[in-house]
Design a protein around this ligand. Structure first.
Ligand code: FPP
Length: 233
């Protein structure tokens, strides 16, 4: 139980394949993925993880068939409505990272409400990446930094990683220690590009809805054995 990663990122991949193997629609896979997220929050919270960032909808996911996008939006909305009740008992806080502009007013309002009511939670933070893209996040930070230069708040020579990094959605969270991608793919897919600089990676063939406590435990034990040198010797 020593060296628990403070911040874990998870690409919740494989929901579609999980559903297909069972002859179910892809939306059933996403529902199973959302249910699994709840179990994983309980596990991560219980072992002392401070923040869990999950990739729920990328800036590229809008190009999926409309039916699937609609199903994901419905699932997200229903999930947001349950957050107040679920998080209260667990003392968790919800954070949403990503560009909210394209979401419906109903979803935007539910996000604001869920973040507000869980704000006092001082246990684990569940940070859901929604309409999130790592490149988009970096461009956003560049735009904000450029605005600061224009307003005379900082000179270009004084811009450093700390200054730029404070415009990342995760600036208030610990550094990402571990990124997990289930379902066999071995790529970042635009997830936490800035934050991944010194994160450890862990892959598994298991589809996200089947990814259980023991799999998370395996990932963490493997993480604990790694020699993290951060560029040093
Ligand atoms: C990738 O699997 C998964 C997604 C694009 C959506 C992830 C969303 C959820 C787990 C549920 C929504 C979350 C909340 C908080 C309600 P995929 O569909 O690409 O799977 P595949 O690669 O097997 O096709």
């Amino acid at each position: 139980m020593s060296r628990i990663p403070a911040h874990i990122g998870v690409i919740m991949d494989g929901n579609g394949r999980w559903a297909k193997r069972r002859g179910l629609p892809r939306s059933a896979g996403h529902k199973a993925g959302a249910d699994n997220l709840e179990k994983m929050c309980d596990y991560c919270g219980s072992i002392g993880v401070k923040a869990l960032t999950v990739y729920a909808f990328s800036t590229e996911n809008w190009s999926r068939p409309q039916k699937e996008v609609d199903a994901l939006m419905d699932l997200l909305y229903s999930y947001l409505l349950t957050v107040e009740e679920k998080f209260k008992n667990r003392n968790m806080r919800l954070q949403i990272s990503g560009d909210r502009t394209p979401f419906s007013d109903k979803i935007k309002a539910a996000i604001i409400h869920a973040e507000e009511v869980t704000a006092p939670g001082d246990g684990m933070v569940l940070n859901i990446a929604l309409n999130y893209g790592g490149r988009d996040e970096i461009v956003r930070a560049a735009r904000k930094t450029a605005e600061d230069v224009k307003a005379g708040k900082i000179s270009p020579d004084d811009i450093d990683e700390d200054y730029f990094g404070k415009y990342m959605y995760t600036a208030n969270l610990p550094e990402v220690d571990l990124i997990i991608r289930p379902s066999g793919e071995k790529r970042l897919s635009n997830f936490l590009l800035w934050q991944a600089a010194y994160a450890e990676f862990w892959y598994s063939d298991i589809c996200w809805p089947d990814f259980k406590d023991k799999d998370m435990e395996r990932a963490i034990i493997d993480f604990q054995k790694r020699d993290r040198r951060f560029g040093n010797v």
